[in-house]
Design a protein. Structure first.
Length: 318
């Protein structure tokens, strides 16, 4: 666990053997975790806390009562498990998480283990979307579940991994919990619509991963209210895409209309160009309907036209 010894802390009260309430040298109320800190510290109001006893410090602003209630019921062994899980997840996801994730995982895993013991687990309604659209977070969460099972002798499965993955998704995203849930649902609807057009999507392919990444970034901007326009770049490509890759362009127009009209999303018209840049390679590589492996075929003036590939490297979205 992280050491918090740079600032001075002064005792206020004991929450349990491994957690105390204190004030820092700026008079901010904090919660301090540490093995047996509630027993080993000098339990006199205003007494300086020995830095060697401190493992984690949380600001108690606006959630002090919640934290005290939560921590009072949790054994120190679970603190250690959560710390181990987060350190491993940071390695798996090449990220550095804030302490807020520690608290949310502590709360969630304590609840999940209790539900598991009572054999009343709750099915995860977003499990399919998480496995499809957030494979890295889900893989890290499976690793987390393995750590929990090893240390608690529980038998948590991928259902729990889905819940943990969603915590990682939230921690890594600028969107809030509700927006991340909405993004996954919208992404699923868009991909189902693309498939309804007859375009085959191989979930294990690079082109599918590129399309999903593009849509996730687009939905991030829409849901967070960001505005990003590259009209000049889009215009420079739109004419050539529309004339040389008519089938892919028409599919992109249909997807754009579905997003803006059916899903009521504020999508710029230039998005047709960016969607086409992802749809055309799908068709060219044989992942679309009625196409040879590497070419898109359209009909012009009674003659079959074989379109050339477009370059996908160096495009705006990867």
């Amino acid at each position: 666990m992280q050491k918090e010894s740079q600032r001075k802390y002064y005792y206020m009260k004991t929450i349990n053997n491994n957690a105390i309430s204190a004030r820092d040298d700026r008079r901010h109320e904090v919660i301090i975790l540490g093995k047996a800190i509630g027993v080993k510290c000098q339990r006199q109001i205003g007494a300086l806390i020995d830095p060697a006893l401190i493992e984690r410090v949380f600001t108690a602003q606006q959630q002090g009562n919640y934290l005290e209630t939560l921590l009072a019921a949790i054994p120190y062994s679970l603190y250690q498990i959560v710390d181990c899980i987060i350190r491993q997840a940071e390695k798996d996801l090449h990220a550095s998480f804030k302490d807020a994730l520690y608290l949310s995982l502590l709360d969630h895993i304590h609840f999940s283990l209790r539900m598991h013991r009572e054999q009343s687990e709750i099915p995860n309604p977003l499990l399919t979307e998480i496995k499809l659209f957030h494979k890295e977070e889900f893989a890290a969460a499976l690793h987390s579940v393995a750590i929990i099972n090893e240390h608690t002798h529980a038998n948590l499965d991928e259902n729990e991994a889905g819940y943990l993955a969603f915590h990682y998704i939230n921690a890594l995203s600028l969107l809030d919990f509700r927006q991340n849930k909405q993004r996954m649902q919208l992404l699923n609807q868009i991909l189902i619509y693309i498939q309804s057009l007859g375009i085959h999507l191989d979930e294990n392919s690079y082109l599918y991963a590129r399309l999903v990444t593009h849509l996730k970034l687009l939905l991030n901007r829409i849901l967070s209210g960001e505005c990003e326009e590259h009209a000049g770049f889009a215009r420079s490509l739109s004419e050539s895409l529309a004339s040389e890759h008519l089938q892919g362009w028409e599919y992109a127009r249909s997807i754009y209309s579905f997003m803006s009209e059916q899903l009521q999303l504020r999508v710029h018209q230039e998005e047709i160009t960016y969607l086409a840049m992802h749809i055309v390679p799908l068709l060219q590589r044989g992942e679309g309907k009625n196409n040879d492996e590497d070419n898109v075929h359209t009909q012009e003036g009674g003659k079959e036209k074989t379109d050339v590939k477009i370059q996908t490297t160096g495009s705006r979205h990867h």
